[in-house]
Design a protein around this ligand. Structure first.
Ligand code: ADP
Length: 257
C-alpha cells in the first residue's frame, strides 16, 4: 500500500471530559511525517471539529439546533486545523485542508477537480487533511448517517484516489462479535473477509459522547473498501503509533477484506 488513507475519530482526538488530546494529534503528525519519508502517500481524514469547537467555546454539550451545531463545527474546524498545522510543522510537514461532501464524487466535474487537487497536493509532499464540510452537508443531519460521517467519506476518498488501504482509528481495539459496551463476553474478530447482513447485526451505536458514527458506518466503509478490492484495518487510536505496527503487518485490530 503506497497510498494510504487514515481516518481518526473524535474519540481519538477529544478526551471524554471534552479536553483535546494533543498527545494523540502530535503522534499522528509524527507517524504521518515518518510515513511520508518512507515514500508513502498519506491522506488524513479527521473528525473532531465539533468536539474541538465545544472545548474552544467552553461548552459542555452539543447545541440542539442544527445551525448552532454547524457554527460550532466551523469554529472547531478552524481550531483543529491550526493545531494540526502547528504539530505537523514540528516535523516540517506541510498540510492542506479539504472540506468535502460525499456527493462531490457523484458529479463528474467536481469529481475530476477534487481528484486533481489530491494529486497535486500529494505530488508536492503535502498531507491532505479531509473533513466532511459540515456547513454544507445539511442532508447528513436529517438522516441516520448524521453529521460528520467521516467513516464513509474516508472510504469514498480512498477508493477514488486509488488507496488500497484504509486505516480507521477509533476508541476500540477492533470489531467485536457484539457491542462490547453491552456485552462483556464479546470477542475481538481479527479478520472479517466480507461484510454482510450478519456482520451488521453485530454492530451497535456509538459509545462515546462526541462520536457520531458508531460501528455501522465503519462497516459501511469496510464494505466499500472490499468492493473496490481494498482493505480496511480498524484499530485503537489511543496510541496512534499503532500505525507503525499495522504497516509492519503485525496482527493488530480487525482486518477487513
Ligand atoms: P469514533 O468516534 O472513533 O468514530 P464511535 O464512538 O463512533 O467512534 O464508534 C466506536 C464505538 O462503536 C465503540 O467504542 C463501541 O462502543 C461501539 N460498537 C458498537 N458495536 C461494536 C462492535 N461490534 N465492535 C466494536 N465496537 C462496537
Amino acid at each position: 500500500a503506497k497510498r494510504v488513507v487514515i481516518k481518526v475519530g473524535t474519540s481519538t482526538l477529544v478526551y471524554p471530559d471534552g479536553s483535546i488530546n494533543l498527545r494523540a494529534i502530535d503522534q499522528l503528525a509524527f507517524v504521518i511525517s515518518a510515513m511520508r519519508h518512507r515514500g508513502r502517500e498519506v491522506v488524513l481524514v479527521s473528525s473532531g471539529a465539533i468536539g474541538v469547537g465545544l472545548n474552544y467555546m467552553g461548552l459542555k454539550q452539543r447545541p440542539k439546533a442544527i445551525p448552532e451545531q454547524q457554527a460550532i463545527a466551523a469554529i472547531g474546524q478552524t481550531e483543529l486545523i491550526s493545531i494540526y498545522k502547528e504539530r505537523f510543522a514540528i516535523y516540517e510537514q506541510k498540510i492542506g485542508q479539504l472540506l468535502l461532501t460525499r456527493d462531490i464524487f457523484v458529479y463528474p466535474k467536481s469529481h475530476h477537480n477534487v481528484l486533481n487537487t489530491f494529486e497535486a497536493l500529494l505530488k508536492q509532499n503535502v498531507v491532505p487533511i479531509v473533513n466532511e464540510n459540515d456547513t454544507v452537508a445539511v442532508d447528513e443531519l436529517d438522516h441516520e448517517t448524521k453529521f460528520g460521517d467521516n467513516d464513509q467519506l474516508s472510504a469514498i476518498v480512498a477508493t477514488n484516489i486509488g488507496a488500497d488501504l484504509l486505516i480507521m482509528l477509533s476508541d476500540i481495539d477492533g470489531f467485536y462479535d457484539g457491542n462490547p459496551n453491552a456485552d462483556a463476553q464479546a470477542q475481538l474478530l481479527a479478520h472479517v473477509g466480507k461484510v454482510d447482513q450478519r456482520t451488521y447485526e453485530l454492530a451497535g451505536g456509538s459509545g462515546s459522547r462526541f462520536g457520531t458514527g458508531g460501528m455501522v458506518t465503519k462497516l459501511k466503509a469496510a464494505e466499500r473498501m472490499i468492493d473496490a478490492h481494498g482493505q480496511m484495518i480498524l484499530a485503537n487510536g489511543a496510541d496512534p503509533t499503532i500505525i507503525f505496527q499495522i504497516l509492519a503487518g503485525e496482527p493488530v485490530g480487525t482486518l477487513f477484506g
